[in-house]
Ligand binder design. Structure first.
Ligand SMILES: C[S@@+](CC[C@H](N)C(=O)[O-])C[C@H]1O[C@@H](n2cnc3c(N)ncnc32)[C@H](O)[C@@H]1O
Ligand code: SF4
Length: 374
């Protein structure tokens, strides 16, 4: 039986943040979760035959899974039936994470909570337009630190226009003082179609220089390593034993059933699908739901490179060749290795320290260098 995971996309958020382009539904009141869970159940009934056995990771992502009451989370968990001891993660926003929700979610089976803090500095928080207050964020972090969870994580955003290195240091100080076992950090990207993209076009949102981005990223990597949280992926840092097993699955080419609006999936037989993103379209979908395809070799090779190069184990060149019949031009690999962007360790291509900040460019170069394996 192939081990695999399940991703469930929970679409609701209290309001859309001005930088976010994810498939979400703004809903200030309670989430209308019953028809949603019923649609998840119909979708899982259609997808499950391609997934023999039971999952050992479940990730509730969003959107904002903490907009779901624990009763809904319990129903989703009993639907996909993870094995005993499975990692069951839920993303949560500070304004939802009160004692009742946290204990209800743990009682339902959640073992790991990932908290969207983003920043604890007033100016950056105002700029990011988050729905929570800084006090709520600090209280939520303390709550997670005190809870009997297997693990927990904090999400941070850096390279916010106007943010200084001193602000970033203050964020890291505040977060590290709670001793988190896992941290994820993302440099702010200006996504097309967002309020931030419109503000940038109007000239009212200053751009952050690449050099500043790099300075901040390097500072985060150094400070988290010093605090006992080494990097295990471009944006993810963990104490030993606290890596997110579900997300590691994406970087090691492990199949996953992606359920819910806008979710993508990848079955053990290699078939991929992507669901309709609007909640109503996904809820109305019937057989087979979403667009399904077995990718062509070149696309399969690019998928392997995109997801695999960023993880610690990298992409096995033998696996790349056996799965797709392709390899990356050895001259290009040698150039990237010589330039300090890539490592070729025992025929596994992984990022070198100099490649992490330019991961997308390294992957694009490798994808452009695909050729038939001999
Ligand atoms: C899609 S959110 C879901 C979790 C939760 N709703 C939240 O906002 O924290 C997952 C993470 O994506 C990151 N994110 C979303 N949009 C981003 C952007 N434009 N640039 C950088 N990071 C972004 C945030 O750090 C966020 O924690
Ligand atoms: S960043 Fe998180 S809370 Fe904000 S709109 Fe996106 S998914 Fe929702």
């Amino acid at each position: 039986v192939t081990p695999w995971g399940v991703y469930v996309h929970v679409p609701w958020c209290r309001a859309r943040c001005p930088y976010c382009a994810f498939a979400i539904v703004p809903e200030a009141g309670p989430a209308p979760w019953r028809p949603y869970v019923a649609a998840l159940s119909r979708e899982w009934a259609r997808r499950a035959p391609a997934f023999p056995g039971r999952p050992d990771t479940l990730f509730l992502g969003g959107g904002t899974p903490s907009r779901l009451p624990p009763a809904a989370i319990a129903e989703i968990i009993s639907l996909v039936r993870p094995v005993p001891g499975a990692e069951i993660s839920a993303e949560a926003n500070p304004d939802d994470l009160d004692d009742a929700w946290l204990h209800g979610a743990m009682h339902a089976g959640v073992t790991r909570v990932s908290l969207g803090v983003q920043t604890l500095q007033t100016a950056a928080a105002r700029r990011l337009g988050r729905a929570h207050t800084l006090a709520q964020a600090s209280t939520a972090i303390a709550r997670l630190a005190a809870a009997p969870l297997a693990s927990w994580s904090v999400d941070l955003i850096f390279a916010v226009p106007g943010q200084t290195l001193a602000h970033l240091d203050a964020d890291l100080d505040a977060i590290l003082s709670a001793n988190p076992p896992h941290v994820a950090t993302y440099g702010l990207t200006i996504e097309p179609g967002t309020a931030f993209a419109r503000a940038t076009a109007r000239g009212s949102l200053p751009a952050v220089a690449d050099t500043r981005w790099r300075e901040m990223y390097d500072r985060i990597v150094a400070r988290l390593a010093e605090a006992g949280l080494p990097r295990y992926e471009v944006s993810n840092f963990a104490r030993p034993g606290h890596r997110c097993r579900h997300n590691e699955g994406y970087w090691t080419d492990r199949p996953y059933a992606g359920l819910g609006p806008g979710a993508h999936g990848y079955a053990p037989d290699g078939a991929r699908w992507s669901n309709a993103a609007p909640l109503s379209a996904w809820q109305a979908a019937d057989e087979p739901g979403g667009t399904a395809a077995s990718p062509l070799p070149r696309q399969a090779a690019i998928d392997l490179l995109v997801s695999g190069v960023r993880g610690l184990d990298g992409v096995s060149t033998a696996r790349l060749a056996s799965r797709t019949g392709l390899r990356c031009d050895p001259d290009v690999v040698a150039l990237l290795v010589a330039g300090g962007a890539l490592q070729d360790r025992a025929s596994h291509l992984t990022l070198a320290p100099g490649g992490y900040p330019i991961c997308d460019a390294v992957v694009a170069r490798l994808a452009g260098a695909l050729q038939p394996a001999q």
